[in-house]
Design a protein around this ligand. Sequence first.
Ligand code: SAM
Length: 218
Amino acid sequence: MDTRDEWIDLQLAGRGITDERVLAAFRSVPRAEFVPEELAEFAHEDEPLPIGGGQTISQPYIVALTVDALDLQGGERVLEVGTGSGYAAAVLGRLAGEVYTVERLESLADSASERLSRLGFTNVHVRCGDGTLGWPEHAPYDAIAVAAGGPEVPRALLDQLAPGGRLVMPVSAGERAQTLVRVTREADGHLHEDSLGPVRFVPLIGEQGWPEEGGLVR
Ligand code: SAM
């Protein structure tokens, strides 16, 4: 077992992430490639790390909790909002058919896109834009992961969720502490919501998220 496996056993399997496919996906994505070079030695720490632009690569366990809750079987079309470093998109790429990921900051979208193609993630597609509006051209999605906290689940994302699809997103009334919620669209179109627990994410800024300025201290 190398150190890459050890932290996965401790932080993910040790906290109840038991799906072997999910654990194998984490083992196969080199997290150190997704953090700034000077932080590479901390890549497997149990915490978020800065990636530039005031943004973070999420704590591994929170990425695993999100991915696990999406219950991917392979072959799905997945939307991610908040590409950041591209790490979660890469993990999703190992578990699904195609991943479409949207990042609002151009510098992060560009570096994630370059990194993902350098590492051979040919089924992960990055776009710069407002992810609160989704990526309608490739909808509907079997799964949607939102990696930033908003006041409510954007209507546009619910509209792009396929029947039987799952959406996971941090939601809150304000500040940075949120509840991670999962919304499932039943086969008959009915929406069902359950809570996955308290989390802390950077804000989701956009037309169907928080406004760019004011309202929140960022
Ligand atoms: N999934 C990322 C990773 O694996 O590195 C971490 C994401 S970071 C916690 C949240 C990201 O969401 C930030 O990069 C931020 O710029 C982005 N973001 C915030 N609002 C957004 C929006 N409306 N559309 C797209 N990206 C957004």
